[in-house]
Design a protein around this ligand. Structure first.
Ligand SMILES: [Fe+2]
Length: 247
């Protein structure tokens, strides 16, 4: 098994200039969205599978190594490959993914569905890997205050987020999103997210596709959701909230 502990996601670095370049033409709602895409200074190119910022087994026993490996190296890779295929030969090829998802209605109709599914899959999973860490931690003061304002406390936020995860029928995601500095919990089907309808930017999300948990948890989605809560990378989420709340 490759040791990925020294490797990091280049997507973590965010500058104000990148935010604006990344989201140019994508609409006001996305001006504060941290980029999950290729560097803005590079010419258009193919999307690539990001490397995990930890080893496949780093989240054991909560999320097992085989699930992490298959989920990232096969499922996420398929989204990347299919996204590249769908956009090949169009002006959108390799463009920052946030803008692509915000502009789905501008895409040629024949590729729109494939880009929605695979572009959504690429964005959602690129975020998801960074949301987890073996080191734990706790939310920043600013994020804790936003959580208290929206949900009373973190315990209640987890309760509501778990409800969203459990009531999402079939495959999808449960989200904590940010809109104008305020937090809200929603869920989405398939690989959709709230960039697509402009209702907010994902801050924290739980993949509730069976491929995310079936090997270890089988049909026990609730146990997987509880396990996810134990590996949240609060430093990353707090930094992301700070960037998004600046608007
Ligand atoms: Fe997934």
């Amino acid at each position: 098994m490759p040791n990925l502990t020294q490797e990091t996601l280049s997507m973590n670095s965010i500058t104000r200039r990148d935010l604006f370049r990344t989201t140019a033409g994508a609409g006001v709602a996305f001006l504060a969205a941290p980029s999950l895409a290729i560097a803005a200074d590079e010419p258009a190119k193919l999307y690539t599978l990001p490397k995990l910022p930890y080893a496949f087994d780093a989240l054991e026993p909560h999320i097992d190594a085989m699930t992490m490996e298959i989920h990232s190296q096969r499922h996420h890779k398929a989204y990347v490959d299919n996204l590249n295929k769908a956009l090949a030969g169009t002006d959108w090829a390799g463009k920052p993914i946030e803008g692509v998802l915000a502009g789905l209605d501008k895409l040629p109709e024949k590729v729109r569905g494939a880009v929605r599914n695979n572009g959504g899959g690429h964005y959602n999973h690129s975020l998801f890997w960074q949301l987890m860490s073996p080191k734990g931690g706790k939310p920043s003061t600013a994020l804790s205050k936003a959580v208290e304002d929206a949900f009373k406390d973190q315990v209640n936020m987890f309760k509501l987020l778990k409800e969203a995860a459990m009531t999402r029928f079939g495959s999808g995601w449960a989200w904590v999103i940010v809109k104008e500095g305020k937090l809200k919990i929603v869920s989405s089907p398939n690989q959709d997210n709230t960039l697509m309808d402009g209702s907010g930017t994902p801050l924290l999300g739980i993949d509730v596709w069976e491929h995310a948990y079936y090997l270890k948890y089988q049909n026990k989605r609730a146990d997987y959701v509880d396990a996810f809560f134990k590996v949240i990378n609060w430093d990353f989420v707090s930094e992301r909230f700070a960037a998004l709340a600046k608007g």
